[in-house]
Design a protein around this ligand. Structure first.
Ligand code: GLP
Length: 240
């Protein structure tokens, strides 16, 4: 595992953007796994800037979402599909059909999880962008998720629902369930890039990077990957 501690949050986002930029420019057809959250919002803003100012093209890119809330209105701005559309897809030259995500409105949710698992596995993601939850989750693989887990429906932990309440405001509850790629689905990507910023992530980062492999710390599974890079700001790295 390669660990990079950048000077500050902006530098960490730029460093992560360099890795994505290099990956995207390096091939005619690039399969990119995307995460959502405040952390990746800054990364996507930097990628959009590079598209607008430095000629970074996403015309040959397909993006695959890690996860999606269940029981959420299709037009809800917090729906991850809408987040990725708003923060990235609609602001760069991604093809209209290039955003792939699990469908939480499918009548057969178990079947939808199988469909998405198969789609992601057969696509062979080249670079998977990840964030980390304050409880060590990756995607929505909460503590206790098996390292050999695949795409499935999960119940969100109280910690995650409380962390993500800031996106929903006071009037809407955070959904209780989600569809998420499993840990083994994520580990199947050729390259992993985890970006974490802020003190709130420091303990989870330390346990993921230096702790033992442990299903109670889902992000520790990154230690099993041959090509994982963790990019941190000084606050997120403060307990390393
Ligand atoms: C959500 C997502 C994760 C993401 C995490 C961190 O729970 N499912 O993929 O890593 O949030 O989000 P933030 O960057 O807002 O802290």
């Amino acid at each position: 595992m390669k660990i990079i501690v950048a000077e500050d949050r902006a530098a960490a986002s730029k460093c992560a953007a360099d890795i994505v930029d290099h990956f995207v420019r390096g091939q005619r057809r690039a399969l990119l796994g995307v995460a959502t959250g405040r952390t990746t919002e800054v990364l996507y803003a930097e990628l959009v800037r590079r598209h607008q100012q430095d000629g970074l093209s996403f015309a040959g890119v397909d993006v695959y979402l890690l996860d999606e809330y269940a029981g959420i209105d299709p037009d809800d701005p917090c729906r991850f599909r809408n987040v990725v559309q708003r923060e990235l897809a609609q602001r760069v030259d991604l093809r209209r059909d290039a955003v792939h995500c699990p469908d939480p409105d499918a009548p057969d949710l178990a079947g939808e999880c199988c469909r998405y698992e198969y789609l992601v596995r057969s696509a062979h993601i080249g670079l998977q962008i990840l964030g980390i939850g304050s409880n060590g989750h990756i995607a929505f693989n909460e503590p206790g998720s098996a390292f050999d887990s695949v795409t499935r429906i999960v119940t969100l932990s109280e910690q995650t629902r409380s962390d993500n309440a800031r996106f929903f405001g006071d009037d809407r509850p955070v959904p209780e369930r989600a569809i998420t790629q499993g840990i083994s689905t994520i580990l199947a990507a050729a390259e992993l890039l985890l970006l974490a910023c802020g003190e709130r992530k420091a303990a989870a980062v330390a346990r993921a990077v230096h702790g033992p492999l442990c299903e109670m710390v889902p992000a520790s599974a990154l230690q099993l990957h041959a090509s994982a890079t963790v990019v941190l700001d000084p606050d997120a790295a403060s307990l390393l």
